[in-house]
Design a protein around this ligand. Structure first.
Ligand SMILES: [Zn+2]
Length: 290
């Protein structure tokens, strides 16, 4: 649902309305200069011009904030990847004092705003929602969480409280329910297929890897693959958290991802810098011995 034009942040559409008075004064000037122009002609002209201005205003397309990289808080950063696609990176501090980042995406496509994964933790998810509220002309239409861990689904309760529909694979819903967590809505189409069209993305469940429920998200227009924690970055050495992993099946799962999206352009891992297809091969190699 769109908010009134006064909330639009980009473009010049709404300024068109403020041009109304200017146009009106110009028409009055024309009328004075040409006394023989009939009142009916002036009114018709005015109606045509104002209608055109309103059409320009209301056909405005929100392109989202024009940020390259923006620190929302000390634990949350937004980075533009492609027009209409932003990376959200949030940092969690472990009891040891170690800080660790996690990635998610924010996608604006054909007027729909979709969040992939919550920020890591409730406070950063609140900060993310506040930033979205400030920078976009309408709120999130939906969110998807790619697995049950806190670095992916840790802000689910915040989104649900804010009235945002949150969706997940049936396995994720099952695990979160069994752990008495606030559960996302189940994407029923997964019972028939491992690949589901969701809004302007494809959600793909390649089988167990980092966790029993890990999904990846494919953005066909930009050929971006959000691998979440199923995809490892070489800059975050090692296998990461394997407490819930299926290390034998993990490389099989990522080979399926590679086969399904051979023309992938950008790969976003769960942790670490955005990369290319090489991240998929790196992940396969990491678990090749199993
Ligand atoms: Zn995880």
């Amino acid at each position: 649902m769109r908010r009134p034009c006064s909330r639009l942040r980009t473009g010049t559409g709404c300024r068109a309305l403020s041009g109304y008075a200017e146009v009106q004064s110009q028409i009055v000037a024309i009328t004075k200069a040409h006394k023989n122009v009939s009142a009916r002609t002036v009114v018709s002209l005015l109606v045509v011009i104002v209608t055109a201005l309103l059409l320009v205003s209301c056909s405005h397309v929100d392109n989202g904030p024009q940020v390259k990289r923006h620190s929302v808080s000390e634990n949350l950063e937004i980075t533009a990847i492609r027009p209409g696609v932003w990376l959200h990176t949030s940092w969690h501090t472990f009891a040891s004092g170690a800080r660790f980042p996690a990635n998610g995406l924010l996608i604006l496509d054909q007027g729909e705003l979709l969040l992939i994964d919550t920020a890591w933790g409730e406070q950063s998810t609140r900060d993310l929602l506040s930033w979205i509220d400030k920078e976009f002309s309408h709120p999130l239409d939906a969110a998807v969480v790619t697995h049950f861990h806190a670095d992916s689904a840790g802000g689910t309760a915040v989104l649900v409280d804010a009235g945002i529909p949150v969706f997940a694979h049936p396995r994720t819903v099952g695990i979160m329910r069994s752990r008495n967590m606030v559960v996302p809505a189940l994407i029923a189409e997964f019972t028939a297929s491992d690949a589901v069209s969701f809004r302007h993305t494809e959600l793909f469940y390649p089988g167990p890897g980092h966790s029993m429920d890990n999904m990846v998200v494919w953005l066909p227009m930009t050929r971006i693959l959000f691998g979440s924690c199923a995809v490892r970055s070489p800059e975050f050495s090692g296998k990461g958290n394997v407490a819930d992993a299926d290390e034998r099946h993990w490389p099989i799962a990522i080979r399926k991802v590679l086969q399904r999206y051979p023309d992938v352009n950008i790969v976003v891992p769960g942790h670490g810098p955005v990369g290319t297809k090489k991240l998929l091969q790196h992940t396969i190699d990491l678990f090749a011995d199993h």
